[in-house]
Design a protein around this ligand. Structure first.
Ligand SMILES: Cc1ncc(COP(=O)(O)O)c(C=O)c1O
Length: 374
């Protein structure tokens, strides 16, 4: 198998640490270690032998992760190196050449790229703007899922739209999956970053072929720990663990311990409050900015996450816009083309520090004025 380039990840890797303002990031401004742990905890951490970790994640960490889902125990959890590894292991394990996968689009394009590389048959179903919400095109969904569907993959809350599925929508997907015996893979790494403070419902728990991937990178603001997870039936967890023996062997030992602190229920809630309050504050900044642009931008506000997919009326493709903006103003935005969206969509990440966001948006305004308002 030859793996296709992951266009967005490589684009971000190349530019995110070079530009002055990075609005390509989908998470929130990360926590520092000293904001997360106490002196006593730090003292214990520095005495930790840096040996191999328990390779599927420590029992305590798996117990804490399971506590974030109803009806899960530590036997349902595999700790991975970021949710990216969770997506990788699952896709590799579940899909063979010519297998059918029904895939939600737009999406973080990792599962799309891996499924395509594996020679699977991708049948997309789209989130479409419907007044105030992004909603699944159910006709397309019903066509995408067939008797041959092996896997239905969703991203909820969704990257890049920030859309969140409702209970009846989750049930509808699960019912359809059950009717054809398909697995459901729900990437829920943004769960906990809801603007209204109501934790998104998880797909986990009501159908025996559900796999949920999650991690600390987005709603927890801890991407540098590289802690992700799979929550699934024990047999599948065990099989995926077998694949993990070939990838990263074990989660990072220090990260496993720090993650145990972040996932204590009280701490977890505090972290989510920080994330949501930054998202609310910055959403306001972005909304005001967008409002001042007199119809140039059209958007459906995100329900969760610090990303939003915005439609523009500029006489230029998003690819060209972001390239020139990056080169001339040192601001990085992701073009919609990288999500297989039409060329008039842009993904703004607004989870950075508020002053940064304001300064970056001022530069985008300046750029638009110089190029298009003369
Ligand atoms: C939906 C989604 N899943 C997975 C990932 C990978 O994140 P990580 O490996 O840091 O958990 C990302 C990163 O942007 C994402 O947006």
């Amino acid at each position: 198998m030859k793996i296709l380039p992951f266009e967005m990840e490589r684009y971000q890797s190349l530019w995110e640490n070079i530009v002055d303002y990075n609005l390509s990031e989908s998470g929130v401004h990360p926590l520092q270690l000293n904001e997360l742990i106490s002196h006593d905890e730090l003292a214990r951490l520095v005495e930790l032998p840096l040996g191999y970790n328990q390779t599927n994640g420590s029992a305590e960490l798996r117990r804490l992760i399971a506590g974030f889902y109803s009806n899960a125990g530590k036997e349902n959890v595999l700790v991975t190196s970021g949710s990216a590894e969770a997506n990788f292991l699952n896709t590799l394990f579940l899909l063979e050449p010519n297998d059918e996968i029904a895939l939600m689009l737009p999406n973080y394009m990792q599962i799309w790229g891996l499924a395509k590389s594996l020679g699977a048959n991708i049948r997309p179903f789209h989130l479409k703007p419907n007044h105030t919400r992004w909603e699944i095109d159910w006709d397309e969904f019903d066509r995408a899922v067939t008797e041959k569907t092996k896997l239905i993959a969703v991203c909820h809350p969704n990257n890049p739209t920030g859309a969140r599925l409702q209970e009846d929508e989750i049930e509808r997907i699960l019912e359809k999956a059950a009717s054809v015996g398909a697995w459901v893979l729900s990437d829920e790494v943004y769960r906990g970053s809801e603007r209204d403070g109501n934790l998104s419902l998880s797909f986990y728990g009501s159908y025996d072929r559900v796999i949920v991937n999650g991690g600390l990178s987005k709603a927890f603001g801890l991407p540098g720990l590289r802690i992700g997870w799979v929550v699934a039936p024990p047999k599948l967890v065990d099989q995926l663990w077998g694949y993990k023996d070939y990838t990263t062997i074990s989660p990072n030992t220090l990260s496993d311990h720090i993650a145990q602190i972040a996932l204590q229920p009280e701490k977890r809630e505090k972290i989510f409050q920080r994330t949501r309050s930054l998202i609310r504050k910055n959403f306001q900044i972005l909304e005001n900015w967008m409002g001042g642009k007199a119809g140039l931008f059209q958007w459906i506000p995100p329900e969760a996450s610090a990303v939003t997919l915005v439609r523009h009326r500029l006489p230029v493709s998003s690819n060209d816009f972001v390239t020139k903006l990056r080169d001339e103003k040192s601001v990085l935005i992701v073009p919609g083309e990288q999500f297989l969206m039409p060329a008039d969509y842009l993904r703004f990440g607004f989870g950075t520090e508020s002053e940064n966001l304001t300064a970056a948006l001022d530069l985008v305004s300046e750029f638009i004025a110089e190029k298009f308002e003369k």
